[in-house]
Design a protein around this ligand. Structure first.
Ligand SMILES: Cc1ncc(COP(=O)(O)O)c(C=O)c1O
Length: 418
């Protein structure tokens, strides 16, 4: 039985070495300076990496909680919110609009294609009552990246709120919150950053805060509530100053409650350590590493005679490639085989089982994640080799040598082999 696995999944990815060394190293008392300092540094790094002067707040939950808290906080019952979707996480966003009491105006795009900004502009022009729109940056379920810069221009032109789920794209794709006009940008650690799942970060523009401030009804939800999350940081900021002064110098006023829940020191240790590691690597270098890894996987897949869901190379997700399987080979069959025989963990193709998408996808597929620590030369080459071997073991004819060489060729020189 294989004890260690190569994690090429698209869910919780491998932790960075710095993160592994830091998590649980000490028990940091919460509501005390060491945690505040870590939070402060982490939030500054998020702001720097996201290119924003907006507030960045912590939501105590996995990525979904950041999207749901954003929608809960801006939508009142009956508010119309457009979701431009080309995969599962976009559809999930629509479900969360409905759960928040809003009306989800679904704008679906074919699986494999990106969201089209002109179609979004036309939908907003047709229905002036729409309060905002949301889109997923890297649609992890299909391996397609959406054009956020162009979509942000549409949002600003129409003066509606713009929500972006950048949960899996952060660290693998360029993302500029302020320049691209993003009001609510949701990011977290468990994908390209290589930190544990469980804390999520949302950048919130003054426009979005104003919408929350102007609500007629209270935000539905206590935990999934951006104002309560903001309260926690208001309190931390005052506490840091009061602690430094050794006195109750700074008064603070809370909107909802001191915090939606108590903060997790262990998750903050992990996020902080991985953000510092990303700073050392450099965000641009990190994105380039992911871009190379994604290209290498796609080159290998093509050489195997297979295809992937993304139809237009310009929108191929650097962090995930959704590989269509040959007829007769199922998702579970190959993932189980890869897990048992080669110790490789891939992402599932479960979207094909959701009624909404079943007919459209119509084929089994698996996803090769090149996120965080998985976006490294030796892991990519081994994953490609193992995928080829597993396909061959299960009866397909594949050019394994050619596929490995194609991946290596993308990496080119020794310098690129990180
Ligand atoms: C684009 C995207 N959005 C949302 C989520 C959900 O995040 P979480 O599982 O952390 O709640 C994921 C996770 O795979 C994702 O890839």
């Amino acid at each position: 039985m294989i004890q260690e696995h190569f994690n090429m999944s698209c869910g919780q990815t491998e932790l960075t070495p710095a993160c592994k060394r830091t998590i649980g190293r000490d028990v940091i008392p919460i509501y005390y300076p060491p945690l505040w300092e870590m939070e402060h540094e982490a939030l500054s790094l998020w702001k720097e990496f996201l290119g924003t002067k907006n507030d960045v707040i912590i939501v105590f939950g996995t990525g979904t909680s950041g999207v749901e808290a954003s929608l809960n906080s801006i939508l009142e019952p009956g508010d119309r919110f457009l979701v431009a979707r080309n995969g599962m996480f976009g559809e999930i966003m629509s479900c969360m609009v409905e759960a928040a009491g809003g009306v989800a105006v679904r704008l679906p795009f074919p699986i494999g294609d990106p969201v089209d900004p002109d179609a979004v502009a036309a939908a907003l022009a047709k229905d002036r009552s729409i309060k905002g729109f949301g889109v997923v940056h890297g649609e992890t379920s299909v391996g397609v990246t959406n054009p956020i810069r162009e979509l942000g221009a549409v949002a600003r032109e129409r003066d509606v709120l713009f929500l972006v789920d950048a949960i899996s794209s952060f660290g693998s794709e360029a993302l500029q919150v302020d320049d691209w006009g993003i009001d609510l940008c949701v990011v977290n650690g468990q994908k390209c950053l290589g930190a544990p799942q469980g804390n999520t970060f949302v950048s919130v523009s003054p426009r979005a805060w104003k919408v929350m401030g102007d609500r007629k009804q209270k935000i539905r939800g206590f935990y999934m509530n951006l104002r309560a999350c903001q309260d926690y940081l208001t309190m931390v900021s005052a506490e840091r100053q009061n602690w430094a002064a050794g006195a109750n110098q700074v008064e603070f006023a809370l909107q909802e409650a001191p915090h939606p829940a108590s903060p997790s020191f262990v998750l903050m240790q992990g996020i902080w350590a991985s953000l510092v590691a990303m700073k050392e690597e450099g965000l641009a270098a990190c994105i380039a590493r992911h871009e190379t890894a994604g290209r290498a996987v796609r080159a290998a897949v093509k050489t195997m005679g297979l295809d992937y869901l993304c139809r237009d190379e310009r929108f191929a997700d650097h962090a995930v490639t959704a590989v269509l399987l040959p007829d007769g080979i199922g998702d579970y069959q190959i993932r189980r085989h890869l897990y048992d025989r080669y110790g490789v963990v891939l992402g599932d193709g479960n979207m094909a089982s959701w009624e909404v998408f079943k007919r459209e996808v119509g084929r089994s597929y698996v996803r090769v994640g090149t996120m965080g620590e998985a976006a490294r030369y030796h892991k990519v080459v081994y994953a490609v080799f193992s995928l080829g071997m597993a396909l061959q073991d299960l009866g397909a004819t594949v050019d394994i040598d050619g596929a490995v060489r194609a991946a290596q060729a993308v990496y080119g020189t020794e310098r690129d082999r990180q």
